[in-house]
Design a protein around this ligand. Structure first.
Ligand SMILES: [Zn+2]
Length: 222
């Protein structure tokens, strides 16, 4: 450990940006962090010296096993914090990200061990994203999108693809929360919007943009 706050943010960005191949384009990293290329490059050299990143000039970046675990540990602190804020401090799920961005950099393992204990060792955060374990391993579960489900399908809202606060506020306004059972009543062929029912709502129309961001469990996929 003992990485600076900036280094931790690079590791986290590399973790989130890597595709199935595990590779990240230096340009994409620069854009994502809004940091100029020369600065990004010199940081990559530093992280390569610490054996956290594979770095070669003109080639995509990759996290080493060690880098992946350290990124996993930062994400663990972030997601445990979000869970703590929602379940123990009654924050809304749309309010917790910015606070967690700060708390995730606290360098005190025992602080987060106690938090984990108080929460009863949760495996997912308030948005349904997996919480990495205490050595930084993350279990990835791939849920289908609601937009891929068929008419008549009964599914459970399991996680979200996008967790920005505007989207979360929208979900609040429609009383959509994790664990809710959703039935697909019809699909508009023109724009892919879905008529669904859930909770006390017998007929709610969700746009395709929304349905593509909702990840569901137990879905008969199209
Ligand atoms: Zn967050």
């Amino acid at each position: 450990m003992n990485n600076s706050l900036a280094e931790e943010n690079y590791l986290k960005a590399l973790f989130h940006l890597r595709g199935k191949s595990g590779e990240v384009n230096v340009n994409d990293l620069s854009k994502n962090l809004n940091i100029k290329m020369p600065t990004v490059t010199s940081m990559m050299k530093k992280l390569a010296e610490k054996k956290l990143v594979y770095y070669e000039k003109y080639k995509p970046l990759r996290l080493t096993e060690k880098g992946k675990k350290e990124a996993g540990l930062i994400i663990r602190k972030h997601r445990l914090t979000e869970m703590f804020l929602v379940t123990k401090m009654q924050f809304g799920w749309e309010e917790v990200h910015d606070i967690a961005e700060q708390i995730e950099h606290i360098q005190s393992p025992i602080f987060f061990e106690k938090m984990d204990e108080l929460l009863g060792h949760p495996t997912i955060d308030p948005h349904g994203s997996p919480i990495p374990d205490s050595i930084g391993n993350i279990a990835t579960k791939s849920y289908p999108k609601l937009s891929n489900c068929k008419v008549g399908g009964k599914v459970k809202l399991a996680a979200l693809l996008n967790t920005n606060s505007e989207f979360l506020k929208f979900l609040n306004s429609r009383e959509l929360k994790l664990g809710l059972k959703i039935t697909i009543k019809s699909i508009e062929p023109f724009d892919g919007s879905m008529e669904v029912s859930y909770g006390k709502r017998d007929s709610e129309v969700l746009s395709k943009i929304v349905c593509e961001r909702l990840l569901v469990d137990g879905a008969p996929t199209a």
